[in-house]
Ligand binder design. Sequence first.
Ligand SMILES: [Zn+2]
Length: 419
Amino acid sequence: MKSIVWIKHASQLATLAQNSEGPRIKEAMNELSIIEDGSVWIEDGVIKAVGTTTELERKFNDRAHEAEITDASGHLVTPGLVDPHTHVAYGGSREREFEMRLEGATYMDIMNAGGGIHATTRMTREASEDELVEQSKKRLDSFLQHGVTTVEGKSGYGLDLENELKQLRVMKRLQDEHPIDLVPTFMGAHAVPTDYKGREEEFVELIIDEMLPAVADEKLAVFNDVFCEVGVFTPEQSERILEAGKMYGLIPKIHADEIEPYGGAELAAKVGAISAEHLLKASDDGITAMADAGTIACLLPATALFLREEAAKGRKMIDEGVPVAISTDCNPGSSPTTSMPLVMNLACISMRLTPAEALTAATYNAACAIQMENKTGSLEVGKQGDVVLWDISNYQELQYLFGVNHVKTVWKKGVKVVG
Ligand SMILES: [Zn+2]
């Protein structure tokens, strides 16, 4: 018995379908390929047809009795959102640091005092695999509630071989046990652990000589990410770690120019990173280099807001031809949110993306940033039935009625998981 979902009469079916390879740039980010009175037919988790309701009725009316039909009259329907940058599998919580920052401490003050990433590292090391799975599942449930059906997740709260592998194994279990697709990234170079203070080079060698081979051996990650920042890893160290990862087939990503301009955007282009993250302080040359190399800018406006920093120059990046994706950066320190709708709102408000660009950045381009664009990120025949029905009628409202969760129904691989 086939499982069939038939969504009909969407006031706007934003398919995001285009006849082009790779991430969308410039004007193409505004093209949502909307079908009015749109319809989708999903069979055994895979999209079999997309078109107007009239077209699909002509094709499938004699099989209507086999389908679970949803009348989407008056509603916007989009692909499931994709979050291409999270640190979702962590232990503990850091609300006290939030309070400290409001009292005047900076993010780097807290980190240098053993808080920040170090605090989460302690709590993640202390937690068992089962405990981490349970905590993280709740966050993934919340992602689904906000219309997110695919998430990237990074290690980097283990910071030793055993605990980095533990964090990645937790993500592997989450991929098996939770409906969300979770794409894993190794990020051993997230911070220099406190016991390596003054011996940073030794830690870089540990990553290159022991962690990367072990991660590759167990096939626990697709990407290799580095926090290239003043006081964390230098551009030179970052380059060595990313080049070493490439030898094991791990694709580079880079946390770049978040706090200080440090040549991170330039390095992302140079090593052929699939994406560079944050980029609040990216230089003009760095932005040009990324446009030339086709490096995706993964922008995190909720993090900028939460740290009370000015957001990245999203408008300028799109105008200069950089493909832009957006993400929550879900993590316990600088962005403890799972709301991609809020991130889309902020992309418009604080980075001046258009409502259509923000949706592209949260679906198709986000999928490209984690090499999932052949499976999800747009509503096209052959892709997974990852679909969101919103309790609003058009895509402009999605960005305009901000700070509210408009998700009504979510299907993941053709299975209703919300609503
Ligand atoms: Zn991050």
